[in-house]
Design a protein around this ligand. Structure first.
Ligand code: IPM
Ligand code: MN
Length: 351
């Protein structure tokens, strides 16, 4: 079975990490009935500089014909902030109906020293998943900016809220049957709307233990106890999901360890690292490729229903870490390795 994978290299460290993603996919497919055809689809800051468009129509056409998309980070310091984000990243998520953003937060064995939390707090491990609404809220791209004021419309629709909550309940049903909704219902009417829908849906899932947590309080509680006993599945809106997933990435050692799936249950999904284009370290060969490699594992799991291959990639990552490979972001002051050394170590475990 041949699958077409759209490849968006992105900007900054993008080409470096995406290159390792492609190698990972090739390696994991070897000897299976699955094979991949990679098709480049340039999107991002470099596209904008070279052709005046962040998301060229030709790339969009290519992506429409793909079975899944591997995306690198985008953004360049020489382009006004917001252009690439709005016309590239958010446009892709919205155009492809990727209303679910899945962000697993898992501490890999041996990375305790890279976490800012005390060892004692990490004894039980960290293993939860953030389900982030990925199409509306403050990211709806509605609002305006003038000299004297600015607005961003925090749009929550019944359809948008119900479908993400439903997805999260289903994930919770398959995992530990514990679901925490993160909101700001004491201030925002949008959050109150969300909370009411959450509580109503909870009645249809009597086996799932549901609770709501205010976002500010969640940010503290997760630092005091990040354990799997405390957190399993988190569901939240677009803006809060963006913020809390970065905090969660720090807990597990680095943004360089955080993959993400922009998931459309009935269409083309897009897999990417949570981190940005990191122009300060681009081209130096030191970026951590693991977030992108782990995003490829998510592609196996969510787009191709190959849990076996997903776990194979994740075990290979653990294997490379067990051997002591650490890029700079996770070396905790110890010796560090290059992108190439880390990538090679993962591939060795895959083969
Ligand atoms: C992320 C990123 C994006 C977001 C930006 C770059 C638009 O921070 O994927 O978390 O805010 O969603
Ligand atoms: Mn973010």
């Amino acid at each position: 079975m041949s699958k077409k994978i759209g490849v968006i290299e992105g900007d900054g460290v993008g080409p470096e990490v995406v290159g390792w993603g492609v190698k990972t996919l090739e390696a994991v497919a070897r000897g299976t009935d699955l094979s991949f055809q990679f098709v480049p689809a340039p999107v991002g800051g470099t596209c904008y500089i070279e052709g005046g468009k962040v998301l060229p129509e030709t790339s969009l056409e290519v992506l429409r014909g793909c079975d899944a998309v591997l995306k690198g980070p985008m953004g360049r310091p020489d382009i006004e902030a917001g252009i690439v984000e709005r016309d590239g990243i958010l446009a892709l998520r919205q155009l492809f109906g990727q209303y679910v953003n899945i962000r697993p937060v898992k501490l890999f064995r041996g990375l305790e020293a890279a976490s800012p939390l005390k060892d004692k707090l990490l004894e039980q491990g960290v293993d939860f998943v953030i389900i982030r609404e990925n199409s509306e809220g403050l990211y709806s791209r509605m609002g305006g900016l003038s000299e004297s004021s600015a607005t961003d419309i925090n749009l929550f629709t019944e359809r948008g809220v119900k479908r993400i909550l439903k997805f999260a309940f289903e994930v919770a049903d398959k995992r530990g049957k514990r679901l925490v909704s993160v909101d700001k219902a004491n201030v925002l009417s949008a959050s109150l709307f969300w909370r009411r829908k959450f509580e109503a849906m909870g009645e249809a899932y009597p086996d799932i233990q549901c609770s709501s947590q205010l976002v500010d309080s969640w940010c503290i509680l997760v630092l005091q106890d990040p354990s799997p006993q405390r957190w399993d599945v988190i569901v939240t809106d677009n803006m809060f999901g963006d913020i809390i997933s970065d905090e969660a990435a720090a807990i597990i050692g680095s943004l360089g360890m955080s993959p993400s799936a922009n998931f459309c249950p009935s269409g083309v999904s897009m897999f990417e690292p949570v981190h940005g284009s990191a122009p300060d370290i681009a081209g130096q060969g030191i970026v951590n490729p693991l977030a992108t490699i782990l995003a490829c594992a998510m592609m196996m799991r969510y787009s191709f229903d190959r849990e076996d291959l997903a776990q194979k990639i994740e075990s290979a990552v653990q294997g490379a870490l067990d051997e002591g490979f650490r890029t700079k972001d996770i070396c905790a002051g110890g010796p560090s390795c290059t992108t190439q050394e880390m990538g090679d170590a993962v591939l060795k475990h895959l083969n």
